[in-house]
Write a protein that binds this ligand. Structure first.
Ligand SMILES: Nc1ncnc2c1ncn2[C@@H]1O[C@H](COP(=O)(O)OP(=O)(O)OP(=O)(O)O)[C@@H](O)[C@H]1O
Ligand SMILES: [Mg+2]
Length: 286
């Protein structure tokens, strides 16, 4: 029954030239240390991607505490737990922000996924297939640090954006997180973003160091995504509850974000979009 449903839905899906269905690309934005700018990055990156024609969904995977809603200036009514309790469909808990960026508050629901029974899994899978059809990029804003939930979410994603500031404490924690991710999966795709840098030169030095250390000690490559300079307009934008790429489009941080987005899109290929079904299956595989 479920299989028929999935197959039926599949045939209706958009297909590329090879006849393959393209699922959404799933990205986790994470950090070793807290407060390094993940949530601000996520929101502004999502808007920048949407401006360039991508259909983006943000999921708050920080137990509803990421404050994405506050930064975007929208008030979510429901979170993922309503879907898991079957009180709402995914479509009904989705909020819409600027440039059509969609936002779901995960609440504790993202991790409740890990303990669903078989029947719930089938129900939820159907809900997910709907999402796969309406968005092409899904960004999880995760909590900081090495914990089982975070690592499981990262492992299940197509790629990870690792955010760090230039402070040694943040860098050391970012390295520890990268180490854990690579230990699970030597081929993991980790993209590094240096936030709140004093200068392009400082960001360059840290990126080079980071990649040389991961290369020599972890035998794994980290891809550089770019940097965002320390910019007082980031905090002003938060207070205005309007993402900085919109409230201050010409400020340094916005220009840096545009560069990061270009780089991200250049690094992307159509083959690295696994879709939500595959994501969900990995989430369930402990
Ligand atoms: N490039 C920047 N320049 C100046 N301030 C910044 C910059 N990026 C982020 N900030 C500030 O850093 C603070 C933390 O940002 P944010 O909430 O996005 O971090 P976070 O990593 O999501 O935190 P948490 O780990 O608590 O979820 C905010 O006050 C924000 O204004
Ligand atoms: Mg956050």
């Amino acid at each position: 029954m479920l299989r028929n449903y999935i197959n039926g839905r599949r045939r209706e899906d958009k297909q590329d030239e090879s006849g393959q269905k393209k699922g959404a690309k799933i990205i986790s934005v994470t950090s070793g240390k807290g407060g390094v700018g993940k949530t601000n990055f996520t929101v502004n990156f999502a808007i920048e991607l949407a401006k360039r024609g991508n259909k983006v969904l943000i999921i708050d995977a920080d137990f509803g505490l990421s404050n994405i809603d506050v930064i975007m200036g929208i008030i979510p009514k429901y979170d993922l737990s309503y879907v898991l309790r079957r009180e709402k469909h995914l479509a009904e808990i989705m909020n819409e922000g600027p440039f059509g960026v969609k936002f779901i508050s995960g609440g504790s629901g993202v991790y409740d996924l890990l303990s669903l029974d078989r029947e719930d899994i089938e129900y939820f899978l159907n809900e997910l297939l709907y999402l796969d059809n309406i968005v092409d990029t899904i960004i999880f804003d995760t909590g900081a640090g090495i914990n089982e939930n975070n690592i499981q979410l990262i492992r299940s994603s197509n790629e990870v954006i690792l955010v760090t500031t230039t402070e040694p404490t943040a860098i050391v924690d970012a390295y520890a997180l990268a180490k854990t991710v690579f230990r699970n999966d030597t081929g993991a795709k980790i993209r590094l973003v240096i936030n709140k840098a004093d200068s392009a030169g400082e960001a360059r030095r840290i990126t080079d160091n980071f990649s040389s250390v991961t290369n020599s000690y972890l035998n794994a490559g980290i891809e550089e995504l770019g940097y965002i300079l320390e910019d007082a307009n980031v905090s002003r934008a938060v207070k205005m509850q309007k993402p900085f790429v919109m409230s201050f489009p010409n400020t340094t941080a916005s220009k840096n974000m545009a560069n990061i987005t270009t780089r991200f899109l250049n690094l992307s290929t159509e083959n690295d979009r696994f879709g939500l079904k595959s994501f969900f299956q990995k989430m369930l595989k402990r």
